[in-house]
Design a protein around this ligand. Sequence first.
Ligand code: HAM
Length: 421
Amino acid sequence: MYKAPRGTSDILPQEQAYWKYVEEKAASLCQLYGYQPLSTPIFEDSQLFTRTVAEGTDIVDKEMYTFTDKGGQKLALKAEGTAPVCRAYLEHGLFNLPQPVRLYYFGPAFRYERPQTGRHRQHHQLGFEALGSADPAIDAEIIEMAQRFFLSLGLSGFSIQLNSIGCKLCQPKYVEELKRYYSGYVTRLCLDCKARLIRNPLRLLDCKKSSCQKIAETAPKITNYLCPECQAHFQSVQEYLELLDIPFQLNHRLVRGLDYYSRTVFEIEPQEKEAQSTLGGGGRYDNLIEALGGKATPAVGFAAGIERLVLNLKSQNLAIPPLPAPIVFIAYLGREAKMEAVKLSSQLRKASIAAIQATGDKSLKAQLRQANVLGIGYTIIIGKSEVESRTVILRDMGSGEQRSMPQTEVVTTLKQNQPLG
Ligand code: HAM
């Protein structure tokens, strides 16, 4: 028997209500803020990610799904959504539009990680990005959208963690200071952190191992090393958040797992913070578009993981609207009745009444059981005598009441959707 590949899951019909709920909330939120939908391909030139997310990050070094196609091109399954949005922004000349260009997307991302609760090899993200503005007010807009998204889903108890990681000018000086600090602790670092010290020192700060976290606690704080421009930007983002009444926690160890960030970074953490629990994250990426060959273009964005949102909706026991069920099930007994049932099913659907037609030659009891399992409100029953009298029996599955009526009245009765009395 085949199984879904490790780290991937089927989203069965009973799960889809959660997904639809999240997608609809996301789409109406993005519409409210003037963000337009954008879809990019499932795979991209692998260099799109190696140049932006960057070598030295887990995503590029260990987790990318890369392959060479039959034409010899090296491709990668989408590892994240921001670099593809920037590629599309450049490819389609969206920089010619009034800036910033506000876009959102919804779709899968692929990372070869060790699967566990909340961590998958194929996961799904909702992301929104504002490209072409350095205004700190837009950082605040993105953070407000993230907060409003979680609130609109009904989630509570989450916190917004905020930091600035500076720019090309001030970050290198901080990194030197960080390396100096960590060089005194090399023997106590975990193996990964030993490698980080050489390849990606900023990431030392968010190692999840408790022994490394202790060392990180007293590490120099990047906010003390920001250049005046980055300091003013960070100050201004905080002022806008206060103006908007958005609570946040400054977190000097927040650096994010992708290398394209500069200045503002933020994450949304649930109350019960576990290793794989971050609900979403984002920040500024003012150098990314330039790294892809465009003009220097400031930008900021955010993405949330849908699987983790669904887990939280469930653990907080939030009531999700069910997917609409068909209104009526059409049962029949005998060949002639079946011909009537097929015709009537089609007529009902033409009248926009969602109908499920029985199949085969099951007993009436089995047909009614099927309607019950499907949670359908009404069943139409057609037997030999109904065919002769051109009537049907309409049964209210909730109360068990039923009555006979002319076929011609079925549509009007079901449109009114009144319980039988
Ligand atoms: P990220 O933090 O790598 O950021 O991913 C965003 C969110 O996707 C995470 O906070 C998490 O909820 C979810 N996620 C990530 N990896 C997995 C996984 N293996 N399984 C389940 N969920 C996962 C980005 O991807 C950036 N592109 C976000 C961004 C947008 N920055 C600026 N604009």
